[in-house]
Ligand binder design. Structure first.
Ligand code: B4P
Length: 182
């Protein structure tokens, strides 16, 4: 089983849901930039307050902040890791590539979870997090299309991309991911 992974997809595709299941079953470290940023927000720090404003508009938090959060954790992991929600633009992807080179841990596979807009809007509205309302979801989706989706092509060209249909039930999607990485 591959152990240096990245899950990519639009908001609500199920990246977080699948990443948690996968890391629990296979003992990988789950690095979700969304969760790490929400932890920072809950701590009430100055950085957290700044991040909260940005996240509640559905925008991307600054590359510097996200990078420093990921770098400080990634360098200490020995048993394998799964990046969930990072990188989200070309600059973050380049920085990740440099970091992985430095620590000599190349990315082994990228799972791209695809889902139709109808499904993702329904799921996010049902979840009802602070950034899950129609206006903010539309902005998050637009940002995904403009800034994150070009990374799918980038990883396809590197030959490490696997596309997964995220429209099915959670356990069905999970089995597809397991098969793809086995
Ligand atoms: P994230 O926390 O990464 O969240 P997400 O993309 O909205 O959701 P995800 O795809 O993980 O969906 P989930 O499994 O939870 O980002 C939030 C914000 O943080 C961003 O907008 C941005 O501001 C900031 N941020 C994060 N990373 C950043 C970065 N690198 N750079 C800059 N800013 C960054 O699933 C959603 C719902 O669907 C859940 O309720 C789940 O139960 C349900 N669900 C999942 N799979 C399902 C299935 N198969 N069937 C039915 N329901 C399902």
């Amino acid at each position: 089983m591959k152990k240096k992974l990245l899950f990519i997809g639009p908001p609500g595709a199920g990246k977080g849901t699948q990443a948690k299941l996968f890391c629990t079953k296979y003992g990988l470290e789950h690095l979700s930039t969304g969760d790490l940023l929400r932890d920072e927000v809950s701590s009430g720090s100055v950085l957290g307050r700044k991040a909260s404003e940005v996240m509640n508009k559905g925008e991307l938090v600054s590359d510097e902040l996200v990078l420093s959060i990921v770098e400080s954790r990634l360098v200490n992991i020995k048993q394998g890791w799964l990046l969930d929600g990072f990188p989200r633009n070309v600059n973050q992807a380049n920085s990740l590539q440099n970091l992985l080179k430095k620590i000599d841990q190349p990315l082994e596979a990228v799972i791209s979870i695809q889902i139709s807009d109808n499904y993702l809007i329904k799921r996010l509205l049902a979840r009802g997090r602070e950034d899950d309302n129609e206006e903010v979801i539309a902005n998050r989706l637009q940002i995904y299309r403009d800034k994150t989706s070009p990374l799918v092509d980038l990883y396809r060209k590197q030959g490490i991309l696997v596309g997964i249909d995220g429209n099915a039930d959670i356990d069905v999607v999970f089995s597809c991911i397991e098969k793809a990485l086995g």
